[in-house]
Design a protein around this ligand. Structure first.
Ligand code: ASP
Length: 400
């Protein structure tokens, strides 16, 4: 039996156990079953920093020159922004089609939700440059780690033979990290079971049914984005066997679904990219960047939820406001951290930009974890798709 099947069984058993336990069993599920998932995620997270750092340094060394890094960087960011804008449009489409907020009343009025202010763009740019690389690693600040690793890689290339030893050592570290991920993944089915059971127990039919339309709209927007947009890109631009691609990426997609963390899933996404034959030089750069700035599932969710809240309050949005959703949504998804629930916080930023009542998001808050699962899964599938396409185009360049 392959790993994906085993993880799927873990997921199915988790759903059954969660439904069985129900609302009365939430405390039991959280106390006794949840820790299995937490231990699993902790182990995976343990390798993130050394893996991202080491594989990126080696990637840059192999690329050999900074121009190539720049070219890959530009392509990657262009793909990331383009697919994210597309995802919001799909989210808006499903929000319009399903009209999830029409006819609903707003219970829990008066709940105070604090808005997240948009950080200034200069502050974001300054924040990418670390003053202390060890501090960046301690805090697992992905963008700062990326910048430091780029410098180390370029430095190693610049000092030529003198850097050989360091490069080989760092390469060894990367290989060891991959091995560790492989070992941890053997217990992934148990980990997934532990992650999913308490979530299903806490979000039974009684919680979900009143908001079924939002849930359906978000799930369908995510599925359509993954299948249609990624499928078409992989087939047309990458000439790829799409079914095989989704199969190879499925351990990462399922893990993202259960853990709701792109950053936490990163080591597994990297291992899948390796199996897909994407060049290490490419995926070691494209994937950590994607886990931090590329959030297509989150963007689709934000499109649906913004419309849901507007409908809830009977507010008609103008064409300009739709434009605002697309632009702020794309920016918000870049600023969303790859951790559970981050997308919900960014939703408040979009609502503020639109002048919509923040209280509306209180309804979403109750079921956010259920909406986080498909969106995180799409987030990492998008990262892998872009890694595949950038890898393909770099390979084609080399052949030419
Ligand atoms: N949980 C998502 C992720 O890690 C972010 C979000 O909340 O939308 O990709």
């Amino acid at each position: 039996m392959n790993l994906t099947t085993k993880i799927l069984i873990g997921l199915a058993l988790g759903i059954i156990a969660g439904l069985e336990l129900g609302a009365e069993g939430v405390a039991f599920a959280k106390t006794w079953i949840g820790p299995l998932g937490t231990i699993f995620m902790n182990m995976i997270k343990m390798v993130i920093v050394p893996l991202v750092f080491s594989s990126l340094v080696v990637g840059v060394c192999n690329l050999g020159d900074i121009k190539k890094v720049g070219r890959i960087g530009m392509k990657t960011v262009a793909y990331y922004l383009g697919t994210t804008a597309f995802a919001i449009i799909i989210g808006l489409g499903f929000g319009t089609l399903f009209q999830p907020g029409v006819g609903m009343t707003m219970p829990g009025a008066g709940v105070k939700v604090a808005a997240k202010a948009a950080p200034s763009i200069m502050k974001v740019i300054v924040g990418i440059f670390p003053t202390n690389p060890l501090d960046a690693m301690l805090k697992a600040n992905m963008l700062q780690i990326i910048v430091f690793a780029l410098f180390v890689g370029v430095g190693i290339v610049a000092v030529e033979e003198k850097g050989e030893y360091l490069k080989r050592t760092i390469d060894g570290l990367a290989e060891v990290c991959y091995k560790i991920v492989g070992m941890i993944m053997t217990v992934a089915p148990i980990g997934v079971f532990g992650l999913i059971t308490p979530v299903v127990a806490a979000n039974g039919p009684a919680v979900l049914l009143p908001l079924l339309k939002v849930v359906l709209a978000v799930y369908l927007a995510c599925i359509v984005h993954a299948v249609v947009v990624y499928g078409a890109m992989l087939k047309i631009i990458g000439g790829c066997d799409v079914i095989k691609f989704f199969k190879e990426v499925s351990p990462a997609s399922l893990m993202a679904f259960s853990s709701c963390s792109s950053a936490g899933t990163l080591p597994v996404t990297m291992a899948c990219a390796k199996k897909l034959g994407i060049s290490k030089d490419v995926y070691s750069f494209v994937l950590p960047l994607g886990a931090t700035i590329n959030m297509d599932g989150t963007a689709a969710y934000q499109g649906v939820c913004a419309l849901f809240i507007a409908q809830l309050y009977g507010i008609d949005l103008s064409a300009a406001q739709y434009g605002t959703i697309i632009v702020t949504g794309t920016l918000a998804s870049i600023g969303t951290a790859g951790v559970p629930g981050a997308g919900f916080i960014m939703l408040t930023m979009i609502l503020t930009a639109l002048g919509l009542p923040l209280e509306g998001s209180a309804l979403i808050a109750g079921i956010d974890r259920i909406l986080d699962m498909p969106r995180t899964s799409v987030n990492i599938t998008g990262d892998a798709t872009v890694a595949y396409l950038v890898g393909k185009s770099e390979a084609a360049r080399q052949e030419a």
